[in-house]
Structures are given as C-alpha cells and as structure tokens.
Ligand binder design. Structure first.
Ligand code: GJV
Length: 414
C-alpha cells in the first residue's frame, strides 16, 4: 500500500520480462528502468516507460537506486522473512494443533515401526521436532537427523532432551541445502506441503536433499502428492463481496462492483472451507507428483487437464482446490497412509483454496466442464506462483447445445 513517506516518481528496474494485457498494463523487458508514479495497491503500480503509462506488477521489479553500483537485490526466496516467521510459535501451534496432519505422520511411523528399526532418517524442516520425536518414541531408528533452519531449532534441542530422545534425535540447525551429515539416510520424511500443494516451494529443498542424502532405494515420505480440483458454487462468498453493492441502505452502489471483483476475486481465497454440497461434480486429481522422480526443473511449470461432469444443477462460481499426499508402506503387504485435505475429510489448517471466476454461470446436471490448469512458478519470487485456469462449459440442454469458455490467472501471491 501507499506509504506516506514515499516521493514519486521512483525509479525501479525490471527483474524479468512482462508482456502486459495491452489495455492498461505496461509491457517491459528484463533490465528496463521504469518510473513509478503511484502505488494504488501493493501488487500493481502505475508506471511509465519511454513516455508510455500503465500498470506494472510490483513483483517483477526491484528498487532502482540512483547509481549503477547499487546492486542490493532482494532475496528471491525471502528466506529471512520466511525463517523468521517459523522462529515464532504461531505457525508451529497452527501445525501441531492440526490433528489430521499431525496424526497422519504419527500413523505413518506407527504402521512402519518394524521396518524403521535401525534405519537412519532425516526429518527435513522438523520445526519443533514432532515427527522426529514420534520416530524415537514409536519406532527404533538408529538415528534421526532433525533439520531446521529457523531459530526454533534451539528450542527443538531442548524438547528432544526433555523427552529423553537425545540418543536418537540429532537436531541440526541450518538450511537442508547446506547441512552436512556423516552419511546418507534410509528415509527422508518432511511436511513440506503449502497452499495448493506447492506454494512456498519448500518441496525444492526436499528434492535437493533427496538427491544428495537419500540412499539408493531409500524411502520418501510423502511418496506421492496430488492437487485436486472441483468446479463449485460459492453463493455466500459471492453475495458477501458482490451482491452487497446492489442495494446497500437503499442506494445503488453497483459502480463499485468492478472494483470489488478486482479486489476480492483477483487472488485465490486461501483458508476457504467448501461445503461438500457446493461441489458441482466429483473432484478430480489434476496434477500428480511422484516424490521419487520429480525434478526441481519440473516445478517451473506444472500442467494438468480436467473433464468434470456436472452432477447437480447450480451456479458455477469457480473452482476449489486442495491436495492429498500418500506415504507408501515399508512393511511387506502394508497399506499406504493418506493425508487428504479435501472437504470430505476432517478440516486441516490448510483448508481449501477458492478460485473465483469473473462471471457466475448456471449449469445443469449433465453439462460438462473441461479445461486445463497450469501452475507457473514466479521467475523472480521463488516461493510464489500463478495458477492459470482455462475452461469450457459444455451445455447439454435439449434445445440448444452451447459452449462457454473462460480463462483466468491467479497470482499466489506474486
Ligand atoms: N531447511 C531447513 N528447514 C526448512 C527448510 C529448509 N530448506 N525449509 C523450510 N524449513 N509445510 N509449508 C522449515 C521451516 O523453518 C519450518 O519450521 C518448517 O520447515 C516448515 C514446515 C511446514 N511448512 C509447510
């Protein structure tokens, strides 16, 4: 948001190319110097390049500074901010209090306890060390390396001692990319999943640790992951943000509706709990990750396709997404443990993510919605991504079969 002490114009340098949409957005190329005249929102700034004016995405530029020597580039991983946030209890409390999540990991350890005997494990991003402590308490691994980059690691060491696990659990404070271990591990366990599965891109750290520290034939937990999508109705959210302007206090506030659309529906809504009855179709996995074969470069752009059959008439407002992960069993004949964060399971702290389309459409039983999803990792801000959805609504009504297309890209967050 506009801060009071800023003096416009401000010079900024483009960190990557940006095409713009032609109408009110300004196209620029990596390295261009632009003049920012105003910051109407934190994401879109009003700027000028060679006499042309338009909106630019704040995420694609960095402060210019007066001199060429000023090369203090912001950290594209925002690690300081990221690990600082995990140095306080707020997020750890949220994760530990999430019983579905924490119990799923505990169940994985319990149901594999025989196979874990004498194994060497790594718990990547151990936080307060809960998974490592489960391992030491419920199985007999020879060693668990509990890796944690934030300052929480100091407390994790105390918790390990307090619970008499210091012979088995060794807390290593540092980034998983930088720590050194005496040797490779048999099992790499981590709770790395973010909103819409990939947000935060902690998965990259897990893949790098896998390639460096997992023994040939070692086990990854989770072993696979999937992003799930469903077309949905979101009546109350839509009314709360859009219908509101139609007649507040007997007045016509509809000129604010396009602004409301921009403000409330441009980004996905995190922490959304979809009522199962608002699912207009059977959900479907659109992107699947195999944690043994997935490569860091695959994360740049992930594509998925869908075809939904509408099984109840209603209003299509957009799509809701969530994820599930599988932990394969190490026991002969054992069954996998699953953690499902969808509306048909116990709610988790991730809840679900809502993507609102720009225009509600009536749909009927028998219609279909087909299309594709792309998760495009931000080329500059490595923990962020844009989710693009394209869809066709194929109506099957007797009198006239019709097709309506929609497309929308959602930044998360940059
Ligand atoms: N190295 C060490 N610790 C990490 C790393 C890393 N590369 N990345 C994240 N963490 N499921 N989205 C730690 C972070 O400090 C925090 O305590 C925990 O892993 C995040 C786990 C939940 N986040 C998630």
């Amino acid at each position: 948001m506009q801060s009071e002490d800023e003096e416009f114009p401000i010079e900024v340098i483009a960190l990557s190319d940006f095409t713009g949409n032609g109408s009110d957005q300004l196209a620029f190329a990596n390295g261009d110097r632009l003049l920012v005249h105003a910051k109407p929102s934190s994401d879109w700034w009003w700027a000028e390049l060679s006499g042309v004016i338009g909106y630019i995405p704040a995420s694609h530029v960095c402060p210019g500074g007066a001199t060429e020597e000023d090369t203090s580039m912001p950290d594209p991983w925002q690690d300081e901010e990221y690990f600082d946030s995990y140095g306080t209890l707020k997020l750890h409390l949220e994760m530990l209090a999430d019983r579905s999540r924490t119990e799923a990991y505990r169940q994985v350890i319990i149901s594999n306890s025989a196979s874990l005997k004498d194994k060497v494990m790594m718990d990547l991003g151990c936080g307060t060390g809960i998974i490592s402590l489960f391992c030491a308490q419920l199985a007999q691994p020879s060693m668990v390396y509990a890796v944690e980059a934030s300052s929480m690691a100091e407390y994790t060491k105390k918790l390990v001692k307090q619970n008499n696990c210091e012979e088995v659990v060794s807390v290593l404070q540092g980034r998983a990319e930088e720590i050194e271990l005496p040797g490779q591990v048999d099992v790499l366990v981590s709770e790395w999943m973010g909103n819409c599965l990939l947000f935060e891109f902690m998965v990259e750290s897990v893949l790098l640790a896998r390639d460096r520290w997992l023994k040939e034939g070692g086990v990854m937990w989770p072993s696979s992951a999937a992003l799930t999508l469903v077309p949905c109705q979101a009546d109350s959210y839509f009314s709360e943000k859009m219908h509101f302007w139609e007649r507040p206090y007997g007045l016509d506030f509809t000129p604010l509706q396009s602004l409301a659309q921009q403000e409330f529906f441009t980004k996905p809504k995190f922490s959304y709990l979809i009522d199962p009855t608002d699912c207009l179709s059977t959900p479907c996995d659109v992107i699947q990750l195999d944690m043994y074969t997935l490569q860091v470069k695959d994360l740049e752009e992930m594509h998925g396709h869908f075809q939904f059959w509408i099984d109840r008439s209603g209003t299509f407002h957009g799509f809701t997404a969530w994820f599930n992960v599988d932990f394969k069993s190490m026991e002969p004949g054992g069954t996998a443990v699953q953690l499902d964060t969808g509306p048909h399971s116990e709610p988790t702290h991730w809840k679900q993510t809502l993507f609102m389309s720009d225009r509600p459409v009536s749909v009927h039983e028998g219609d279909s919605i087909s299309g594709s999803i792309v998760l495009h990792r931000n080329p500059v801000w490595r923990r962020h991504m844009t989710v693009s959805l394209h869809w066709n609504i194929n109506s099957s009504s007797k009198d006239a079969s019709s097709c309506q297309a929609g497309t929308k890209s959602f930044p998360m967050w940059r």
